[in-house]
Design a binder for this molecule. Structure first.
Ligand code: HEC
Length: 152
Protein backbone atom coordinates (compact mmCIF):
# COMPACT_ATOMS: atom_id res chain seq x y z
CA UNK A 1 0.00 0.00 0.00
CA UNK A 2 2.63 2.43 1.06
CA UNK A 3 4.75 1.36 -1.81
CA UNK A 4 1.90 1.97 -4.29
CA UNK A 5 1.26 5.47 -2.96
CA UNK A 6 4.92 6.23 -3.29
CA UNK A 7 4.86 5.07 -6.87
CA UNK A 8 1.84 7.25 -7.66
CA UNK A 9 3.36 10.33 -6.12
CA UNK A 10 6.61 9.64 -7.79
CA UNK A 11 5.30 9.03 -11.33
CA UNK A 12 3.25 12.25 -11.41
CA UNK A 13 6.17 14.65 -11.88
CA UNK A 14 7.65 12.26 -14.43
CA UNK A 15 4.52 12.21 -16.56
CA UNK A 16 4.15 15.98 -16.39
CA UNK A 17 7.72 16.34 -17.64
CA UNK A 18 6.85 13.99 -20.47
CA UNK A 19 3.75 16.02 -21.21
CA UNK A 20 5.66 19.28 -21.08
CA UNK A 21 8.38 18.00 -23.41
CA UNK A 22 5.74 16.71 -25.78
CA UNK A 23 4.13 20.16 -25.86
CA UNK A 24 7.48 21.92 -26.35
CA UNK A 25 8.53 19.55 -29.13
CA UNK A 26 5.18 19.89 -30.87
CA UNK A 27 5.38 23.67 -30.60
CA UNK A 28 8.93 23.72 -31.96
CA UNK A 29 7.99 21.45 -34.85
CA UNK A 30 5.02 23.69 -35.52
CA UNK A 31 7.19 26.82 -35.57
CA UNK A 32 9.77 25.22 -37.83
CA UNK A 33 7.09 24.00 -40.24
CA UNK A 34 5.47 27.44 -40.21
CA UNK A 35 8.76 29.19 -40.94
CA UNK A 36 9.53 26.79 -43.76
CA UNK A 37 6.14 27.40 -45.29
CA UNK A 38 6.28 31.16 -44.84
CA UNK A 39 9.60 31.91 -46.47
CA UNK A 40 10.07 29.76 -49.51
CA UNK A 41 12.56 31.31 -51.91
CA UNK A 42 10.89 32.25 -55.17
CA UNK A 43 12.56 29.55 -57.19
CA UNK A 44 12.27 28.86 -60.90
CA UNK A 45 10.04 25.90 -60.16
CA UNK A 46 7.57 27.81 -57.97
CA UNK A 47 7.32 30.45 -60.69
CA UNK A 48 6.71 27.82 -63.37
CA UNK A 49 4.00 26.10 -61.31
CA UNK A 50 2.37 29.51 -60.85
CA UNK A 51 2.53 30.06 -64.60
CA UNK A 52 1.12 26.57 -65.19
CA UNK A 53 -1.86 27.23 -62.93
CA UNK A 54 -2.44 30.72 -64.35
CA UNK A 55 -0.58 31.71 -67.52
CA UNK A 56 -1.76 35.32 -67.18
CA UNK A 57 -0.56 35.68 -63.60
CA UNK A 58 0.88 39.08 -62.68
CA UNK A 59 3.15 39.45 -59.68
CA UNK A 60 4.85 42.63 -58.48
CA UNK A 61 3.73 44.34 -61.67
CA UNK A 62 5.35 41.72 -63.91
CA UNK A 63 3.47 39.36 -66.20
CA UNK A 64 5.29 36.17 -65.22
CA UNK A 65 4.98 34.21 -68.44
CA UNK A 66 6.42 36.92 -70.71
CA UNK A 67 8.30 39.14 -68.25
CA UNK A 68 6.45 42.21 -69.53
CA UNK A 69 5.52 45.04 -67.19
CA UNK A 70 1.83 45.15 -66.40
CA UNK A 71 0.20 48.24 -67.85
CA UNK A 72 -2.28 49.53 -70.37
CA UNK A 73 -1.54 47.94 -73.72
CA UNK A 74 0.29 44.89 -72.33
CA UNK A 75 -2.42 42.56 -73.62
CA UNK A 76 -2.02 43.94 -77.14
CA UNK A 77 1.75 43.48 -76.94
CA UNK A 78 1.33 39.88 -75.76
CA UNK A 79 -1.17 39.22 -78.54
CA UNK A 80 0.84 40.79 -81.39
CA UNK A 81 4.46 40.67 -80.30
CA UNK A 82 5.04 37.31 -78.62
CA UNK A 83 3.78 34.68 -81.10
CA UNK A 84 6.99 34.71 -83.18
CA UNK A 85 9.72 35.58 -80.71
CA UNK A 86 10.30 36.07 -77.02
CA UNK A 87 9.09 39.23 -75.34
CA UNK A 88 12.72 39.67 -74.30
CA UNK A 89 13.61 40.62 -77.86
CA UNK A 90 10.99 43.35 -77.62
CA UNK A 91 11.98 44.58 -74.14
CA UNK A 92 15.70 44.78 -74.75
CA UNK A 93 15.26 47.08 -77.74
CA UNK A 94 14.65 50.60 -76.46
CA UNK A 95 13.24 52.88 -79.15
CA UNK A 96 11.17 55.99 -79.50
CA UNK A 97 7.78 55.97 -81.26
CA UNK A 98 9.32 56.50 -84.69
CA UNK A 99 11.78 53.67 -84.08
CA UNK A 100 9.02 51.27 -83.11
CA UNK A 101 6.95 52.30 -86.08
CA UNK A 102 9.77 51.50 -88.48
CA UNK A 103 10.62 48.22 -86.68
CA UNK A 104 6.99 47.13 -86.95
CA UNK A 105 6.96 48.22 -90.58
CA UNK A 106 10.15 46.24 -91.19
CA UNK A 107 8.62 43.10 -89.66
CA UNK A 108 5.50 43.56 -91.75
CA UNK A 109 7.60 43.86 -94.91
CA UNK A 110 10.02 41.04 -94.22
CA UNK A 111 8.73 38.78 -91.41
CA UNK A 112 5.03 38.39 -92.22
CA UNK A 113 3.87 40.51 -89.31
CA UNK A 114 0.20 41.27 -89.76
CA UNK A 115 -1.49 44.66 -89.84
CA UNK A 116 -1.92 45.76 -86.24
CA UNK A 117 -4.77 48.16 -86.98
CA UNK A 118 -5.69 50.35 -84.03
CA UNK A 119 -3.52 48.22 -81.78
CA UNK A 120 -0.34 49.62 -83.36
CA UNK A 121 -0.79 52.89 -81.49
CA UNK A 122 -1.57 51.02 -78.25
CA UNK A 123 1.54 48.84 -78.64
CA UNK A 124 3.82 51.80 -79.40
CA UNK A 125 2.44 53.79 -76.47
CA UNK A 126 2.95 50.86 -74.10
CA UNK A 127 6.53 50.27 -75.26
CA UNK A 128 7.61 53.92 -75.13
CA UNK A 129 5.94 54.41 -71.73
CA UNK A 130 7.06 51.21 -69.95
CA UNK A 131 10.47 50.89 -71.62
CA UNK A 132 11.60 54.43 -72.32
CA UNK A 133 14.74 55.17 -74.30
CA UNK A 134 16.31 57.03 -71.35
CA UNK A 135 16.85 53.82 -69.40
CA UNK A 136 18.76 52.12 -72.18
CA UNK A 137 19.28 48.40 -72.16
CA UNK A 138 22.55 48.65 -74.00
CA UNK A 139 25.73 50.61 -73.54
CA UNK A 140 25.43 54.13 -74.87
CA UNK A 141 27.46 55.33 -77.79
CA UNK A 142 30.43 57.24 -76.39
CA UNK A 143 29.93 60.99 -76.46
CA UNK A 144 31.97 64.11 -75.65
CA UNK A 145 35.29 62.38 -75.96
CA UNK A 146 38.40 64.49 -75.84
CA UNK A 147 40.57 62.91 -78.45
CA UNK A 148 44.28 63.33 -78.14
CA UNK A 149 46.98 62.56 -80.67
CA UNK A 150 49.68 60.13 -79.81
CA UNK A 151 53.18 61.54 -79.76
CA UNK A 152 55.45 59.85 -82.26
C1 HEC B 1 5.05 37.24 -87.61
C2 HEC B 1 6.12 37.06 -86.66
C3 HEC B 1 6.48 38.27 -85.80
C4 HEC B 1 5.65 38.99 -84.99
C5 HEC B 1 4.20 38.75 -84.72
C6 HEC B 1 6.45 40.01 -84.38
N1 HEC B 1 7.75 39.89 -84.78
FE1 HEC B 1 9.31 41.00 -84.13
N2 HEC B 1 10.56 39.90 -85.30
C7 HEC B 1 10.20 38.82 -86.06
C8 HEC B 1 11.38 38.22 -86.63
C9 HEC B 1 11.41 36.97 -87.50
C10 HEC B 1 12.46 38.98 -86.17
C11 HEC B 1 13.95 38.74 -86.44
C12 HEC B 1 14.45 37.86 -85.35
C13 HEC B 1 15.90 37.67 -85.44
O1 HEC B 1 16.58 38.48 -86.05
O2 HEC B 1 16.35 36.68 -84.86
C14 HEC B 1 11.91 40.03 -85.33
C15 HEC B 1 12.69 40.97 -84.66
C16 HEC B 1 12.19 41.91 -83.80
C17 HEC B 1 13.00 42.88 -83.12
C18 HEC B 1 14.50 43.04 -83.22
C19 HEC B 1 14.78 43.94 -84.38
C20 HEC B 1 16.24 44.16 -84.57
O3 HEC B 1 16.56 45.19 -85.13
O4 HEC B 1 17.04 43.31 -84.18
C21 HEC B 1 12.17 43.64 -82.37
C22 HEC B 1 12.54 44.79 -81.47
C23 HEC B 1 10.83 43.13 -82.59
N3 HEC B 1 10.88 42.06 -83.45
C24 HEC B 1 9.71 43.64 -82.00
C25 HEC B 1 8.43 43.20 -82.24
C26 HEC B 1 7.24 43.84 -81.74
C27 HEC B 1 7.20 45.09 -80.89
C28 HEC B 1 6.19 43.10 -82.17
C29 HEC B 1 4.73 43.37 -81.95
C30 HEC B 1 4.21 44.54 -82.58
C31 HEC B 1 6.73 41.98 -82.94
N4 HEC B 1 8.08 42.08 -82.96
C32 HEC B 1 5.96 40.98 -83.53
C33 HEC B 1 8.93 38.35 -86.27
C34 HEC B 1 7.80 38.82 -85.66
Amino acid sequence: MKNQQFKKRNTRPYSSIMLLSAIVITALLGIVTYLMMETPEETESTVSTEIATDPERIEDGIHLRTGLKAGEGMDAVIRHCTPCHSAKLVIQNRMDAAGWESTIHWMQETQNLWDLGDDQEVVIQYLTREYPVSTKGRRQVLKDIEWYSLEQ
